[in-house]
Design a protein around this ligand. Structure first.
Ligand code: SF4
Length: 277
């Protein structure tokens, strides 16, 4: 883990112009604006360019195996519910190998923020098509054009029961920072799919493309209405807080936290061990 008391924070090494810079700036701004102390914050990264963000943030941080950021974050939250736990992982990581964890993380509804740096490509491994690459996308793994339909992560999150569903854009840092602040304050699994230009391997979806395609969206408390909004998108991409559930109805988790529980060390497990001897 990074140590937040170590004041030396290194600079990111992403490609010049990468959308991850905007996500990084928005996350740091949101943490500051929500009064979140670095020593009470853990950022869990996945494998991918955006997954290295914990290195550069001055909070506690951990980078797990490919696709496993969400279960790691859930475990951290179970051990110490006083921590604010934030996942930052890519679209390949979260919607590919980690897709089951994404769905079951939503179902468990742990109080974590899940930011997905969605650039529609596997940038770290040099540009293969990812689950959100559009049809026809040419890449080293799809030289004749992608023949698979892209996943709709917002529709998936809504139908899995996610209580906070938003889409941000790395090119609009103030809006993204505000979405992340709201996600930090939401007491459950808060998901933000972030459009993140990869200037090296996905030049079809650069800043100019996103500037033309994104449209602001009104937040709704109606899940079906939100689903219609995200399913209706064709050429235009809705950006903003799309759906927020009434969090007063969610099951409350006990405030007990394993790391601070004075009784944990004194539990006698001898009889349990004898059963398996
Ligand atoms: Fe960013 Fe793409 Fe470079 Fe990775 S390869 S750092 S996603 S621009």
């Amino acid at each position: 883990m990074n140590n937040p008391t170590n004041t030396k924070v290194f600079k990111p090494n992403w490609c010049l112009g990468c959308g991850n810079y905007g996500i990084h700036a928005a996350l740091l701004s949101a943490l500051k604006n929500s009064g979140q102390a670095p020593e009470d914050t853990v950022i869990v990264g996945g494998i991918g360019c955006g997954g290295s963000l914990p290195y550069w943030s001055g909070t506690y941080g951990l980078i797990g195996l490919h696709g496993r950021a969400i279960p790691i974050a859930t475990g951290i939250k179970m051990a110490n519910r006083k921590l604010k736990v934030i996942v930052v992982a890519g679209d390949g990581d979260t919607y590919g190998i980690g897709l089951n964890h994404f769905i079951h993380g939503i179902r468990r509804d742990a109080d974590i923020v899940c930011l997905v740096c969605d650039n529609g490509v596997y940038g770290l491994t040099k540009g293969q098509a990812s689950p959100t690459s559009p049809m026809g996308f040419k890449s080293p793994s799809t030289p004749n054009g992608n023949r698979l339909q892209p996943l709709n992560p917002l529709a998936l999150a809504l139908t899995a029961g996610c209580g906070f569903v938003a889409r941000g854009y790395a090119g609009n840092v103030p809006l993204l920072a505000d979405l992340i602040r709201q996600a930090i304050e939401y007491p459950g699994f808060a998901f933000i799919d972030v459009l993140q230009p990869c200037v090296t391997y996905n030049r079809d979806h650069d800043y100019a493309y996103h500037a033309k395609s994104i449209i602001p969206v009104e937040m709704t408390l109606d899940r079906n209405e939100a689903l219609s909004t995200v399913m209706a998108q064709q050429e235009r991409t809705p950006v903003g807080l799309i759906f927020k559930a009434d969090s007063s109805s969610r099951a409350t988790q006990a405030d007990r936290t394993l790391v601070a529980d004075p009784g944990t060390d004194s539990v006698d497990i001898t009889k349990t061990l004898e059963k398996y001897a």
